[in-house]
Design a protein around this ligand. Structure first.
Ligand SMILES: [Zn+2]
Length: 177
């Protein structure tokens, strides 16, 4: 032991531009698998992290084991130790670590859970696109906090971008899948 402990790292958010490009290509009938995978994979790890933090869980940066860090109403120096190695983190450090990462979820928890369950199972482009679209729609209707959980940029700008996508979506609905 001794020496500084590594801190948990969190996955980056998804740039709004990636989502816009994905929707534009899709609307043109272009199946950009690479872009879809890129967007889907980031949404996936980000949703997992929001869900984990909402349950006060942390993934050990040394061995990858996930364990609980009790912090709500706890003294900041209360330490939680990894059950599999010698890494540990205090309630105060844990809270400070995720506080500015926009990882506290709430009102879109159901949509995040559905996404992490469904996305890896879906095989075709159309299925995956539909699952991404459902999550993006849930983000869109849930507003600022949820936008902050997943998408890079100022929430108000991101919401304006998503308004634009929804308009494109609505004008395409008569065309079918
Ligand atoms: Zn560990």
């Amino acid at each position: 032991m001794g020496g500084p402990q590594p801190l948990p790292r969190f996955a980056p958010k998804v740039p709004a531009g990636w989502i816009v490009q994905l929707y534009r290509r899709d609307a043109l009938g272009i199946q950009d698998w690479e872009l879809l995978d890129k967007v889907g994979a980031r949404l996936y790890v980000r949703c997992l992290e929001v869900l984990a933090v909402s349950d006060s869980l942390v993934r050990c940066p040394q061995c990858g084991t996930e364990f609980e860090v009790p912090w709500i109403g706890q003294p900041a120096d209360r330490v939680a130790s990894c059950p599999s190695c010698n890494w540990s983190i205090s309630a105060g450090v844990y809270h400070a670590r995720f506080e500015h990462q926009d990882l506290l979820g709430g009102n879109a928890r159901g949509a995040f859970t559905t996404f992490v369950e469904e996305y890896p199972r879906a095989r075709s482009y159309a299925e995956r696109m539909l699952i991404v679209d459902r999550l993006v729609h849930a983000v869109h209707v849930s507003g600022n906090t949820v936008v902050r959980n997943l998408i890079e940029g100022h929430p108000r700008h991101v919401l304006a971008i998503l308004d634009g996508l929804a308009a494109v979506d609505a004008s395409n609905t008569h065309v079918g899948p």
